[in-house]
Design a protein around this ligand. Structure first.
Ligand code: ATP
Length: 136
């Protein structure tokens, strides 16, 4: 088993996770990042994706929204706009958000508005994926 490191995952609303982890996987704006103990210190901007924490040999999965990752020698911190365990995800709400975002994308011409709708659509699709592929 890999060596554990200290991990905290925070949202504006709560401490989502506080403990140790053998590995952390998140989606950065440049692609998937996997952090293990002893990783070089770094800061990364995060996109919408799936958060995976390996803890005690078990794999925990969650939805994660946009945010930042900070890796220090003694602790790793993830700051996220939103983060939910599969059982917390409201599938109908995500489906409604997906339909709203798709509808907006058909109507909008303004670049910023299109970008916002694309990110909202990616949140909805990722919530649906995490919820429907969870064994919980
Ligand atoms: P919506 O349009 O449904 O609000 P959104 O993607 O704009 O979706 P966020 O801004 O990512 O929502 O999140 C706002 C808050 O609502 C956060 O606390 C987040 O955890 C929660 N949330 C959003 N969608 C869901 C969902 N489908 N199930 C559970 N919680 C959700």
């Amino acid at each position: 088993m890999e060596k554990p490191f200290a991990l905290t995952v925070l949202t504006p609303e709560r401490e989502f996770y506080s403990g140790t982890a053998e590995s952390l996987t998140v989606e950065s704006i440049d692609g998937e990042l996997c952090i293990l103990a002893g990783h070089i210190p770094m800061v990364a901007a995060l996109a919408v994706g799936e958060l995976k924490i390996k803890q005690g040999g078990k794999l925990l999965r969650a939805f994660h929204s946009e945010g930042f990752l900070e890796v220090h020698a003694d602790a790793t911190t993830v700051l996220l706009q939103a983060c939910e365990w599969p059982e917390e995800i409201d599938l109908n709400r995500a489906k409604e958000a997906m339909e709203r975002a798709e509808h907006r994308l058909e109507q909008q011409r303004n670049t910023q508005a299109v970008t916002r709708s694309k990110i909202a659509l990616s949140r909805a699709l990722m919530r649906i994926k995490v919820k429907t592929t969870s064994v919980n």
